[in-house]
Design a protein around this ligand. Structure first.
Ligand code: FPP
Length: 264
């Protein structure tokens, strides 16, 4: 088994982290955190393991970060798990990634339910293999009434594709006369995106040292605070998340305006 090849990682939270976790709850927490989970392949290659071993380890990080984010009171965690461009990878790797929802959402579902986590998905699911769709649909249905953390997977997701689909829906409504073109507002566009039931992300994290958005939530990230780290996703842990949150808590979000004290 791959898991046997891979070194066990640090388990319990240390006391410093527990203190940081308590402190974080006193200050303003980001409500919605989005993560571009990057660096699984490099993590594996550095250990002369096959790339899929990095994805397996990355899946374990997903479990750890979900649990912790829920515990500290984050409301929504969006994870970029498979992009519309990831189909260009070798078939063996794509097949493995398509198995991960079963691996994660199948075996881990009882724990997610116990943690009161609600699973949602954004992306184009029509093109997914049946077994992948089944695992995703089942997790969504089984957690529908949970009201803890929303764990939102972006799977076969591309932001440009999402915007194109939204424009098509709006054009259809205008052509059918159910709305007029004057009614096309930012709110209307937002309400036609796949994220229409979610708040916009407050904080975006990308791991592995890459500094780009890779077609992720282009519309939704307009006023989001960004945080980049060189840490590879399989090495990302609770204390990395706290670093990102603490950085966010020091930011001055102005949404293009000014704070009262800056007006002269
Ligand atoms: C990017 O690393 C990561 C991915 C394309 C897959 C992310 C998947 C997981 C973290 C596992 C959990 C997923 C699901 C579906 C539940 P990369 O392969 O691009 O890394 P590299 O840039 O080092 O090659």
């Amino acid at each position: 088994m791959l898991s046997k090849l891979i070194r066990k990682k640090q388990p319990a939270l240390n006391s410093e982290l527990i203190k940081r976790k308590e402190l974080s709850q006193l200050e303003q927490l980001p409500s919605h955190i989005s993560i571009i989970m990057d660096g699984n392949g490099r993590w594996a290659t550095k250990r002369t393991l096959p790339r899929i071993a990095g994805h397996y380890e990355g899946m374990k990080t997903v479990k750890k970060i979900t649990k912790f984010a829920n515990e500290i009171g984050i409301k929504t965690l969006s994870l970029y798990a498979f992009s519309t461009e990831n189909w260009r990878r070798p078939k063996k790797e794509v097949d493995y990634l398509m198995r991960l929802p079963e691996e994660l959402l199948g075996k881990y579902l009882p724990e997610l339910i116990e943690q009161n986590v609600r699973v949602t998905m954004i992306g184009n699911h029509e093109l997914l293999p049946e077994h992948t769709k089944r695992a995703i649909t089942n997790a969504i249905e089984e957690t529908l009434h949970n009201d803890g953390l929303i764990l939102n997977f972006a799977f076969n997701y591309g932001s440009r594709d999402e915007i194109v689909q939204s424009v098509k829906q709006i054009v259809n409504k205008v052509q059918q006369g159910s709305i007029s073109s004057d009614e096309i507002t930012e709110e209307l566009v937002s309400s036609h995106l796949m994220t229409n039931e979610l708040t916009e992300p407050d904080l975006l994290i990308r791991t592995s040292g890459e500094i780009r958005l890779s077609n992720f939530m282009l519309w939704q990230l307009a006023y989001t605070e960004f945080w980049f780290t060189d840490t590879l996703w399989p090495d990302f842990d609770e204390s990395c998340l706290m670093d990102a949150i603490e950085s966010y808590q020091k930011r001055n979000r102005k949404y293009g305006g000014l704070k009262q004290e800056e007006v002269n």
